[in-house]
Design a protein around this ligand. Sequence first.
Ligand SMILES: Cc1cc2nc3c(=O)[nH]c(=O)nc-3n(C[C@H](O)[C@H](O)[C@H](O)COP(=O)(O)OP(=O)(O)OC[C@H]3O[C@@H](n4cnc5c(N)ncnc54)[C@H](O)[C@@H]3O)c2cc1C
Length: 432
Amino acid sequence: MARALLLSSLLATTASFQWLVVGGGPQGVHVAGRLLREVDGLALDDVCIVDDEDALLRKWKTRAENTGMRYLRSPASLHLGDGERELLRHAEAHAPRIDKREPPFAPDYARPRLDVFNDHCDFLVDAHGLAAAHRRGEVVAVADAGDAYAVTVRRAGGDETLRAANVVLAVGGGAPAYPAWARGSAAVSHVFDDGFALGGGRVAVVGGGLSAAHLALRLGGRVDVVCRHGLREQQFDTHQDWMATAAARRLMGKGPTDRQVSFAGIADVAERRRVVRRERRSGTVPAAASRGRRGLKYAIASGDVRWHEADVAALRDAGRRRRPRADDGRRRSGTRVVLATGFGAGPPARPLVDAAARGLGAALAPCGYPVPGLAGSAGTTAGRARSPPGARGARARAVRAEPRRRAPRVGRIVAARGGVVTGGSPVFNINC
Ligand SMILES: Cc1cc2nc3c(=O)[nH]c(=O)nc-3n(C[C@H](O)[C@H](O)[C@H](O)COP(=O)(O)OP(=O)(O)OC[C@H]3O[C@@H](n4cnc5c(N)ncnc54)[C@H](O)[C@@H]3O)c2cc1C
């Protein structure tokens, strides 16, 4: 009797979904919205987004705000909705509630202002009622349970198991990267840390990409930047060919770019990874942040920002002042050290992906990323997530999204990172 009661209470706490999306960042929100729009008969109740934050898109918003960025790096055509012009139209339609003190889109590439971009994100979340699909918790395992997947979710009140016919991993780039010399020091924080605050006093920023540039410009007059290389300018953090969406190319009367075609033709996963690595241009800064009187070049020339080309080797504790010491032996002054070193270089969500691969009896690519088709049979999914943070390319890593009961028209969401994702058509992802 006690056993029967226990079983029934367990069953009562186990909900079932058609689609379970792990991660409620830009990719997860885009995928969920797209499923609801494109899969016939799919209702909000059929979809669950598990995210460990208290609200959807929380991580993206917090990190973007931490850097102080005012405009996105990517153009207006990259967003969480559909179509080249949706974000532009949204800004027009909701013009009265959009602050006009600064242009809603930057003159170069119509890059959206951060709050305009986020307003559109929130609009989409509301339009689909996605907040109701959000379940707060951390997914720690995915296993095959016969006619569905069993997804273990760690929640504040204890673990629960959810059942889902399809599971999409959209877990982002992982934790902020802390170099060995910075680990464990209370004097060091990362700009992408939860609860990051700039504070007063002199700051040493370590890093040389766009986040470091934003921080340096915010801190002008009290900042040293330590970076392995000089200031490197590039509009996007990969070649523009990867930015071209199929719809934009069609508008131009053209097909995919040569890079996209060539990538789509590569079947070998190790080679694909090599191409992704080669094509990424991390540690670069677009012209809008480097040029002009408000740009970084001017700030460096005028002494407002002190740029040191060196690799930080250690952190010296000098009483209350922490000084990163570079490999040239010289010390950089600074009361606090802020890392703008991006995310770890390896595949993110490693324990989860490993556990899922084990649970599904599937192999991973040599680089540790899921392989399209990871779970066997017909393969992973791949939506053309509209990016802001990149969704149109995608950081979505789908362990498996092969529909078991209903065939979605979304296409296939693919496992990839660093921007080049395919499911027939390569797409691009900007990861700053
Ligand atoms: C400062 C900054 C500026 C950027 N600017 C641009 C730009 O201009 N244009 C552009 O295209 N891109 C930009 N990017 C990149 C962009 O933010 C990322 O590509 C995008 O956020 C990736 O979205 P995501 O949903 O994959 O990941 P995330 O935003 O990281 O979201 C993943 C979510 O999944 C959750 N999660 C992870 N693991 C689990 C788990 N096991 N269980 C439950 N939840 C989990 C995380 O907590 C998080 O909420 C920028 C990034 C930063 C940091």
